[in-house]
Design a protein around this ligand. Structure first.
Ligand code: NAD
Length: 425
């Protein structure tokens, strides 16, 4: 039992946080995780909230709110992305931090779980406003981050440029470059080859594995992908390269559909020029809801959380769902789909490629020895394939969903480490 619980009320009013904890609790009880350990995992270790002013280009000062939630560091330094999005709030960041602990444990990485966010629409900022906001947020967070403490990375609305600014700002206090403080940096300033594509590539390694395990093949499988950002775009491209028929992709402006399969390199070129998929000529325009309900072999939601929920679960026709985004299927919808025999590869497994290559980047920064892209890809594939096999085997053996199996594997590793550290009752 927890005695002091200051954040509980606040965090639990977030459905995303509440359902993440529910998942930990249900799976923990199923595999008999020590109750004290479950209690520890149900609350973040540390929550940092900051409000800070940024002077806009017009001279006006605006105040922004940002968070860093450090969930658990039993396995190693805290690690997790930084999100810039208007709907960022503490409960969401806490849920994502919790999922990072589980993801890093499942992937066997020597890292704990964290997440950060600033409530802001980066599309409404100029480049110099974005830079000022990033540098100020980094200063506010400086006491709490570092290569051996907590290592942020890109997430929704942030990118390699954001990480370069963070690294540069953080380094000022030292007088020497601190490249290991963030990952997902440009290769010129200590980034890893292959990091940009890593999450999407990992999603596709998993697509390949799950289709093979269910008696199909990625070659000529029909695929729909929601989101065309860092995860969705690379997933679409890598799937296309392996011969999948990617019939629909989308971004915040809507979706595009072509039943014969989209030419993804052309879509990427179009998106680069137009900054949107809107009005792409070789496809029909549909909306994001229509994309989610397409009758495809495989659906990969790679945008935001909660997009498959009780309102649209009965429209979902895909046979397999691979969660490129974090938390795209709500807890209730997940149970309905599982009941219907839809196979769902959960986020903590499916999108783990990003943090795996972030881990590689962190290691390369520490030893100053940089790897070729082929080496990164080969090592990433080995980890993703092995992790999928482990989760698949557990699910077959115990007749349970891949989500439960993934969470069970993550919890069991944490339980061992936390027990060794004296945290079990
Ligand atoms: P991103 O900002 O690069 O891209 C997000 C994409 O989603 C954009 O194409 C955007 O237009 C689209 N989008 C936004 N709102 C939408 C809406 N309402 N409907 C449809 N599309 C919408 O972000 P990202 O890094 O690709 O992250 C996407 C998801 O993957 C998030 O859940 C993130 O936490 C998760 N994830 C990212 C990484 C990573 O390495 N970047 C790693 C693991 C998981």
């Amino acid at each position: 039992m927890s005695q002091v619980d200051p954040h509980h009320h606040h965090l639990n009013s977030s459905p995303f946080f509440a359902s993440t904890i529910q998942q930990i609790e249900d799976t923990g009880k199923l595999v008999n995780i020590n109750s004290s350990i479950l209690e520890i995992l149900k609350q973040p270790r540390r929550i940092i909230t900051v409000s800070f002013p940024v002077k806009m280009d017009n001279g006006e000062s605006l105040v922004f709110t940002g968070y860093r939630v450090q969930h658990n560091q039993c396995l190693g330094p805290f690690k997790g992305g930084l999100r810039f999005h208007p709907s960022v709030y503490m409960g969401e960041v806490a849920a994502l931090a919790t999922l990072m602990t589980m993801k890093n444990s499942l992937l066997n990485l020597p890292l704990g779980g964290a997440k950060g966010g600033v409530a802001v629409d980066p599309n409404l900022l100029t480049e110099s406003e974005k830079e000022k906001l990033t540098r100020r947020f980094t200063r506010e967070m400086a006491p709490f981050i570092g290569h051996d403490k907590d290592i942020p990375a890109p997430d929704v609305g942030t990118d390699s440029q954001t990480m370069a600014w963070m690294m540069d700002t953080y380094s000022l206090d030292y007088g020497f470059s601190q490249t290991g403080v963030v990952t997902g940096k440009p290769v010129e300033v200590g980034g890893s080859k292959g990091r940009d594509a890593a999450t999407g590539l990992g999603v596709v390694f998993i697509m390949d594995k799950v289709l093979e395990a269910t008696g199909r093949s990625i070659n000529s499988a029909s695929v729909a992908i929601q989101g065309f950002g860092k995860v969705g775009m690379h997933a679409a491209l890598e799937a296309y390269k392996l011969g999948a028929k990617v019939i629909a992709v989308s971004d915040v402006s809507g979706a595009i559909f072509n039943g014969d399969g989209l030419n993804i390199p052309e879509v990427i070129a179009y998106n680069k020029v137009n900054k949107s998929l809107k009005s792409y000529p070789e496809a029909e325009a549909i909306n994001n809801e229509e994309l989610l309900s397409l009758d495809v072999d495989l659906l990969a939601p790679c945008a935001l959380e909660g997009v498959i929920n009780m309102d649209n679960v009965n429209d979902i026709k895909a046979k397999v769902i691979v969660e490129g985004a974090n938390g795209p299927v709500t807890h209730d919808a997940d149970l309905v789909l599982h009941e219907r025999g839809v196979i769902i590869v959960p986020d903590i497994l499916a999108n783990g490629g990003g943090v795996v290559v972030s881990y590689f980047e962190w290691v390369q920064d520490i030893v100053w020895l940089f790897w070729a892209e082929d080496e990164v890809r080969t090592k990433l594939k080995a980890i993703m394939d092995q992790c999928f096999d482990k989760v698949w085997e557990t699910s077959q053996k115990n007749n349970q969903s891949l989500r439960t199996s993934a969470m069970a594997n993550a919890l069991l590793r944490l339980e061992k480490a936390m027990t060794l550290r004296g945290q079990a009752s």
